[in-house]
Design a protein around this ligand. Sequence first.
Ligand code: NI
Length: 248
Amino acid sequence: MSNWKKRLKAGALALAALALAAVPYSPKPEGGAQRQALGGAKIPAGPYVALTFDDGPKDSTTPVLLDGLARRGVHATFFVIGENVEGNELLLQRMEGEGHQIGLHTYHHKSLDRLNAAGFYAEVDQLRATLTALVGREAFMLRPPYGMMNAATQARAAAPIILWSVDPEDWSDRDTARQVAAIVDKAQDGDIILLHDIYPASVETALQVVDALMAKGFHFVTVEQLFAVRGKTPENGTVYRKLPPSSG
Ligand code: NI
């Protein structure tokens, strides 16, 4: 590629990034299921937690999770990988239709601190465009793979950056009993719980955690809903790990 072409391309990417950065994060389009769910006058006092699932979707495990969450009337947040969305488009639309929140986890599970502007565009902005085409919304929160990021990531994100406060490391042992205990013992009002919907054991963990914490009075919400119940507006480029009551 000639120099001027490179410069044009870089300029276009920078402009695209600026255009995205200028758009404030706005949750569901009006009338969305989640907004309706929170639209009532009464918001229970809590405690609240948000279940989040990374690295999917996967056609053998994610539907089992969606079935279990639907039976319990629980909504969760799915930070998906672009290459796993391919072939699972209907699953994404099911998530959106059932009131779950969909978020960005890059196209190929890339560590964002190692990407230049073009790489970030390919990994994050392209996934955003893919999801917009699929589910008809434009704002998606971002979870960086491995939680890795730097100042450039935050500047380019054009999305709130969502990390986590409870991590049972479910990938390490696929041991549901240990994972459930780890989460239930630690969970507090406002926590964001990290799991992966690509493992059968993690799906079972999630459903057992819902049952155990609901019995203790916890409400399960999406990350967007967690901001809403705290009366807090998520800001693009800002990193969030949890939203305790004092953050409201
Ligand atoms: Ni991941």
